[in-house]
Ligand binder design. Sequence first.
Ligand code: SF4
Ligand code: SF4
Length: 215
Amino acid sequence: MAVERREQQEGDLLLQTAVEDYAGSSGQLPVIDEESLDPEFIKLVEVFSGHQHVNACIQCGTCSGSCAFSYKMQQTPRKLMAMIRAGMRDDVLASDTFWYCTSCYYCSARCPRGINLTEVMYALRHLAAGRRKNTEAAAYYDCFNSVLRSYGRLYESGLLVRLAMKTDPMSLVAYGPLGVKMFLKGKLNLLPERVRALDEIRQLYAIAAEMEEGI
Ligand code: SF4
Ligand code: SF4
């Protein structure tokens, strides 16, 4: 009897926490317009995340409890998974959750359903980048990809220059002394190195671009 009562209390607490999580500070659960939902969105996320099975999520919250940045995120990782499953494409892509993700893989290692949530975060960043051209995070993402398309690997000096030209050219002056210091310590290459399989990397980018057009 005592066990049943405790389970009931735990169940009530979980339900209350979930309602508070969704309701936010207003205390009101949001009304979702069914027309705005995109049932195909989950498939897109699954393809871009290397076929993570998002539907396998049981909403246990282990990922949110493991994430050091949950407190900063607009939506916790668990909540974001629920939103993806619900087809809330626009709300998911407008979220800042995946921009805060540091790819520590802790949530992925602990997920009882074996979902690699870090890959889901990568996928969302990729899908959202095209929609948030005005943010610094999206500008960084564009420059990072443009460097990878050019050389097939990271080229820090080139990335810094491209990012500055896109956001704030004067930042080059501020970063100048640091760049010189890093160069003198052998930590910054002035000239880029190219990988041998550059064509294959460019082909991957072309495939991803075609998929994005369908969003
Ligand atoms: S840990 Fe896994 S199963 Fe649990 S809420 Fe997060 S993604 Fe879903
Ligand atoms: S991989 Fe990202 S979402 Fe997962 S625990 Fe680390 S920071 Fe949080």
